[in-house]
Design a protein around this ligand. Structure first.
Ligand SMILES: [Zn+2]
Length: 444
């Protein structure tokens, strides 16, 4: 005798890339999908069924919960690197992250991948969610990102050695091997390399690892059955990382044909994560982002999108990532935006775009057998959307359109207030001013 939840009457987009199926029933028992279609509907009259809770989804769309393959759950919508690296108490980082997890769930994100976490809290947070200590999406996570002393995107804030914020500095092959092993011991599901970094006075991001170093990281991780991802904002980095065994390329900015060839022959996947760039380009002026960046980022998206489309046509697995965790990409607001960009800039159909946040995301979660599609025996991570994302993909980026979130078989209470909090002492870095107060500005 089982209790069953029957979701009835809705149109099913199952996440496999198949065409939507109207009026398809879905039966859930415990945390599992146990039947679909007529078989699900018939369970209502089955004598072995104890109690049926029916969720009427007529006129609505039923989909797998969204899988965000690139976000930073411990960054707390940060406004500057200074804040991120030097002003965050580790205990508060964990407590605040736990609150932010609830925002993501409410936006329909039932799983995410986090490459690197402040103070390395990722594995502990993941374990706390799995054990039911805190409520949140399923998590797969790195510990900290591995950076060479050149750093990533924080320039000279990155020390020459040691650990700071989400960064672990590695200075030679021995340290790379050591830290990959340590992170795996501390519970890393992924190893993240910050393959490119910005150097003051040089344009763009440069590849700041050499080939042997990347190879050492990949070999060491792979020997312990842990995959490797790399932040690659530059053509050369995409090619070298793919050639040396990186499993997941983040950004792949300015990828060229040689890079694509390496990605294809290594079987790497790509998570472009256009959302941050697109938000800055489209809305940066609304939040006083550094002026002048709009055109640069719009150009980066345009140029990169052509190659990502080519990769897609060549069978490369493309993932949806939002880069949530920054002031430009706050939690719970932008997890569906990447799909809109995939439809508009890559010319994917909405159903194809949805696959990047469902079936393909399950690969990044290393749970392809259990997640990402609505099929019998999969885990019950399901969202119900009021309107039709195949008509308008942007509805997936609008929380008010997501009327039901079922995570691990449990229906979330969306009538609860949005998680909020008072200011935390010392958490934000105050700026004296965002512009220079010249005499002219004051009096002219
Ligand atoms: Zn990122």
């Amino acid at each position: 005798m089982t209790d069953i939840m029957l979701i009835s009457g809705g149109t099913l987009i199952d996440g496999t890339g198949a065409d939507p199926k109207p009026n398809t029933g879905i039966a859930v028992a415990g945390n599992q999908i146990i039947a679909l279609g007529d078989e699900a509907t018939n369970l209502v009259n089955d004598p072995t069924t104890k109690e049926v809770t029916e969720l009427n989804a007529a006129g609505k769309t039923i989909m797998p919960g969204l899988i965000d393959s690139h976000l930073h759950c411990s960054f707390d919508d940060v406004q500057s690197n200074d804040e991120l690296f030097f002003h965050r108490d580790p205990t508060l980082v964990a407590l605040v992250a736990a609150q932010n997890l609830r925002k993501m769930l409410r936006a329909g994100v039932t799983s995410f991948v986090d490459p690197d976490t402040s103070h390395g809290i990722g594995p502990a947070l993941r374990d706390a969610v799995n054990a039911g200590v805190v409520q949140g999406p399923r998590i797969k996570t790195g510990v900290q990102a591995l950076l060479t002393a050149v750093g990533g995107t924080a320039g000279r804030l990155i020390p020459d050695e040691g650990t700071v914020g989400y960064a672990q500095i590695v200075n030679n092959k021995d340290e790379i091997v050591q830290w990959v092993r340590r992170h795996i011991k501390y519970g890393a599901d992924w190893i993240k390399l910050h393959a490119t970094g910005s150097v003051p006075g040089r344009s763009g991001e440069l590849l700041v690892w050499n080939r042997e170093e990347i190879k050492a990281a990949c070999q060491t991780a792979h020997e312990l059955s842990v995959p490797v991802m790399a932040h690659c904002r530059g053509a050369q980095s995409v090619q070298v990382c793919a050639e040396e065994g990186v499993d997941l390329i983040l950004h792949a900015s300015f990828m060229d044909d040689d890079g694509l060839e390496a990605v294809i022959s290594n079987g790497s996947s790509i998570c472009p994560t256009f959302t941050f760039l697109a938000n800055l380009a489209d809305f940066g002026s609304k939040v006083h982002a550094s002026p002048g960046m709009e055109d640069i980022f719009r150009g980066e998206i345009e140029q990169t999108a052509k190659m990502i489309r080519k990769a897609y046509d060549n069978g490369v697995r493309i993932l949806s990532g939002s880069e949530s965790g920054f002031a430009l990409t706050p939690y719970g607001h932008w997890h569906g935006r990447e799909l809109e960009i995939f439809v508009n800039s890559l010319d994917l159909t909405p159903v194809e775009a949805i696959t990047t946040a469902t079936k393909n995301g399950a690969w990044a979660m290393q749970m392809e057998d259990q997640l990402g599609t609505i099929e019998q025996d999969k885990l019950a991570d399901i969202i119900i959307v009021d309107s039709d994302p195949t008509e308008d993909i942007t509805v997936l980026n609008n929380k008010s359109e997501i009327s039901t979130v079922i995570a691990n078989g449990e229906v979330l209470n969306l009538s609860e207030l949005w998680p909020s909090r008072e200011q935390l002492a010392g958490w934000k870095v105050g700026n004296w001013a965002s512009e220079i107060l010249t005499w002219d500005k004051a009096y002219r």
